[in-house]
Design a protein around this ligand. Structure first.
Ligand SMILES: Cc1ncc(COP(=O)(O)O)c(C=O)c1O
Length: 381
């Protein structure tokens, strides 16, 4: 099976056997060109081309395209420089009070939780974490932690370590029964797993650009449900927070009446332009097709790993699995295995005590075969 994304789309795909999208993706070629062109134009012409009107409208296309990716409307989308930045602004905007609690897991990526934990230290609210076992957090146990004092459930749609996927609709339903909000970090799912944020009834969903969306560092997007847009006072504010960004009167601040009130400052705007290109491309390929392709690669990988007697820690059932496949190799050091693979230009990550493989649309079965063959040699040595 050939890669779904061609070498034309991903010119770097033949430089290595790249199985590390859960860390950083190979970038879509036209995205990289758009970013470079924008940066060069700014360097050479300042505001001659990138004038005030262009700066005001710079996120418009990304609003439209990310909205399409998650089944939302352009006014439900905000853009900033990183997922952490958006989560931090949201956490301070919601700031659950002293008698409330925040529910999450202890296997979540730190940036998903830290902003909430920081706010909790300030407001003295409780942070209630489900203890994962062997990098797995049982969804029903997570739901049982939610009670009438829960203000926010914050989870990662797909866990960065094991690739475990949660059912957003099921968790949102339980959260809403208790009047709690569901905030989702989709950094490990957006671009790889179909998402319909309004249909799943999530209240907010955030993703950076550089993993499964095949965009750059320096840009992130957030879906904010309409019912929250007029209510929230963003934790981070700046000149772009004002409805008319060129008003520039420090003695007044009126937010836009939509999710864009979470946009607050200048940034590496070219990154937003590049990410728009990447998402447009992924939509053309189709996220359903990408998921089907990636899962076939994961199947092949799992089969090979099982033949090598590896201990696979990623869930195997259809509801919870993704193309992130993590494994331990009994008696062997994961760091050394990841290192030895890297020496052969097979790029994976070591996380906790396991090796994480994360193929995406630019991989084909030849990449998996090559990785397994080298792994076999490493294990035999
Ligand atoms: C689930 C998840 N959230 C967030 C991040 C990183 O966020 P940021 O781009 O803000 O550093 C990662 C990075 O690995 C991640 O796996």
């Amino acid at each position: 099976m050939k890669a779904l994304g061609s070498l034309n789309d991903f010119p770097a795909a033949d430089k290595s056997t790249y199985l590390n999208t859960a860390s950083v993706a190979l970038m879509y070629g036209d995205a990289e060109k758009a970013i470079t062109n924008w940066q060069k134009d700014l360097a050479e012409f300042g505001t001659m081309n990138f004038d005030e009107k262009a700066e005001q409208e710079v996120f418009d296309d990304l609003h439209v395209i990310f909205a399409r990716l998650v089944g939302a409307q352009p006014e439900d989308i905000a853009v900033a420089s990183s997922a952490t930045e958006l989560l931090a602004s949201l956490a301070w905007a919601i700031a659950p009070g002293r008698r409330s609690n925040i529910v999450s897991t202890d296997i979540v990526f730190p940036s998903t939780l830290y902003p909430w934990a920081r706010v909790a230290r300030y407001t003295n609210c409780e942070v209630r974490l489900l203890k994962g076992e062997n990098s797995y957090a049982d969804q029903e146990e997570l739901i049982r932690l939610i009670d009438d004092d829960t203000a926010v459930v914050c989870i990662s749609h797909v866990e960065y370590g094991s690739g475990q996927r949660y059912d957003l609709g099921r968790i949102a339903e339980s959260a809403h029964t208790h009047n709690a909000l569901l905030v989702v970090d989709a950094a490990q799912s957006a671009g790889a797993i179909p998402i319909d944020a309004p249909a799943s009834k999530v209240d907010a969903l955030v993703s950076g650009g550089y993993k499964w969306l095949c965009g750059p560092f320096g840009v992130a997007v957030m879906y904010l449900a309409p019912h929250l847009q007029m209510k929230l006072d963003p934790g981070l504010v700046g000149f772009r927070s004002h409805k008319d960004i060129w008003d520039l009167q420090a003695d007044r601040l009126k937010y836009p009446d939509d999710a864009s009130r979470f946009e607050f400052s200048t940034m590496a705007y070219g990154c937003a332009i590049g990410l728009t290109q990447s998402i447009r491309y992924l939509l053309r390929v189709g996220v359903e097709n990408i998921l089907a392709h990636n899962l076939k690669l994961a199947d092949l990988l799992i089969q090979g790993l099982e033949e090598m007697k590896a201990e696979i820690i990623s869930p195997g059932n259809d509801e919870e699995r993704t193309s992130i496949v993590s494994a331990r190799f009994p008696g062997r050091d994961s760091y050394e295995i990841a290192w030895d693979l890297g020496e052969a230009d097979i790029v994976v990550s070591q996380r906790r005590d396991f090796v994480r493989f994360s193929p995406h649309l630019y991989n084909g079965t030849d990449d998996i075969s090559r990785a397994l063959e080298k792994l076999g040699q490493i294990l035999a040595s």
